[in-house]
Write a protein that binds this ligand. Structure first.
Ligand code: PFF
Length: 448
């Protein structure tokens, strides 16, 4: 089993694949819209603190566990457990992680499908097929089913090709274009009338919102979702990293890239909203709050593109292409979790596993589409707001309390031989043993 596991062929390959997993709809959609409805820079500040103080340490837990075990989350947690009870706990936690990763994919592929549909709608509009274009952006179940299927097939195809020729190859192709497109779009929007007001509301914090428990739980969920934590994604990617790589520095680079893209997306979306307001689009709801979430992405921004003439069609096209790419590099990392777990626990080869698991998840997606109003929000909250931070906390407990400290150090020394002398080793083990679990629990307790 160990010999024929995949590997990332290079450091940059891992970085772009892990950043590809981290950078997704959570960064370009979730973060700016939450910032918009939670006091702008106050949310940004909370998010930054949580990303570096809680999410980065948990990311490191997953990377170290994964590379040590060279296996899926269940194997990894079991390998470091010596007692019968801790091993049973490991099986349970690892399995829930795999299940949650699959559930996240079941709603993420629906949203990914919307992005593809909006992208194609812009092309249809350019070509003069107005009826098609309108159908593609309408919220019909036929459109949702078709594009969820389309998005899922793309995801399955890439994962079925394996770590190096699928995940790594596509991440290294797509991620640089994503960052370039995001930069160009942001620069363009910042030149438009009204943008500066948006920049102000993004950067001037409304501190009265800073200590609201619901803001902190949202920011915590966002940070964990954004770094793909708690469900074994980063653990599995860590299991494909070469022994010669320094994990603390790889983890820091992934965190920086992820946070950087979220902050940059804020510089695009918030100013874009105020440009829309300047062009006569309504951006405040009846209660006086900034419009956020799906209305922002699918109503306010398209309304903005409409007011911009031909340039607007091109900007809309670029924007939804950007969203589709971001979604795809993340969805492949979600599918990899159950697929790798299945391959390692059965005699099925990768291609069949990818199609089989993908088909099962697709059935769940179809169920969600059929009961959209009651299931969609429920699955999102259950998986991202609650499960991800709690599972991340359990990973910390396994590393901090069950795994031997010497073995953790041995694993870290591979690729960073001087790690024991540095600040990282002085702070991180204690941090994940005490601070992370206590903080996650406190935040939940506060919110309840
Ligand atoms: N990090 C992705 C985003 O920000 O959109 C979402 C995600 C990917 C969550 C992979 C969980 C996961 F396992």
């Amino acid at each position: 089993m160990q010999e024929n596991r995949g590997r990332f062929s290079s450091r940059i390959g891992f970085l772009l694949a892990a950043a590809g997993s981290a950078v997704g709809l959570g960064n370009i959609w979730g973060f700016p819209t939450q910032a918009a409805s939670n006091g702008g820079a106050a949310f940004l500040l909370t998010y930054l603190v949580l990303a570096f103080c809680l999410a980065y340490p948990v990311l490191m837990v997953e990377l170290v566990l994964g590379r040590h075990a060279r296996g899926n989350p269940i194997t990894a947690l079991r390998r470091i457990s010596s007692g019968e009870r801790t091993r049973a706990g490991a099986t349970l936690i690892g399995s829930v992680g795999v299940l949650v990763a699959s559930l996240i994919l079941s709603f993420y592929s629906i949203v990914g499908g919307w992005m593809l549909a909006h992208f194609l709608s812009a092309i249809a509009g350019l070509a003069g097929f107005d009826q098609w274009s309108a159908w593609l952006t309408g919220f019909s179940w036929q459109r949702n089913v078709l594009f969820t299927l389309f998005f899922m097939l793309l995801t399955i195809r890439i994962v079925s090709k394996g770590v190096e020729s699928g995940i790594e190859r596509w991440s290294t192709r797509l991620m640089p274009s994503l960052i370039l497109m995001l930069l160009l779009l942001t620069l363009y929007v910042l030149t438009l009338d009204g943008a500066m007001q948006g920049l102000k509301s993004y950067l001037i914090p409304d501190f009265s919102r800073l200590w609201s428990p619901s803001l902190i739980v949202s920011a915590l969920g966002s940070a964990f979702f954004s770094l793909s934590l708690g469900v074994g994604t980063m653990l599995i990617y860590g299991s494909y990293v070469d022994e010669s790589e320094s994990l603390p520095s790889l983890g820091a680079q992934v965190t920086l890239l992820d946070v950087g893209v979220a902050v940059l997306a804020g510089f695009l979306v918030m100013p874009a909203m105020y440009v829309a307001a300047h062009n006569g689009v309504e951006i405040f709801s009846a209660s006086g709050e900034l419009i956020s979430e799906d209305t922002l992405i699918f109503s306010v921004l398209p309304a903005l593109f409409d007011t911009m003439g031909v340039a607007g069609v091109l900007v809309g096209l670029a924007f939804f292409l950007l969203m589709s790419i971001a979604a795809l590099t993340s969805s492949i990392s979600m599918l990899e979790v159950p697929v790798a777990t299945l391959i390692e626990n059965s005699s099925l080869e990768r291609g069949r596993s990818a199609y089989l698991v993908g088909a099962v998840i697709l059935v769940v997606s179809l169920l969600i589409i059929s009961q959209f109003s009651s299931l969609f929000g429920f699955v999102v909250a259950l998986t991202t707001r609650y499960s991800q931070p709690l599972l991340g906390m359990l990973f910390c407990i396994y590393l901090g309390w069950i795994w031997h400290r010497d073995q953790v150090l041995q694993e870290l020394k591979r690729g960073s031989p001087d790690v024991a002398q540095g600040l990282f080793w002085k702070v991180w083990p204690v941090w994940v043993k005490y601070v992370c679990p206590v903080f996650v629990l406190l935040i939940f307790w506060q919110a309840l």
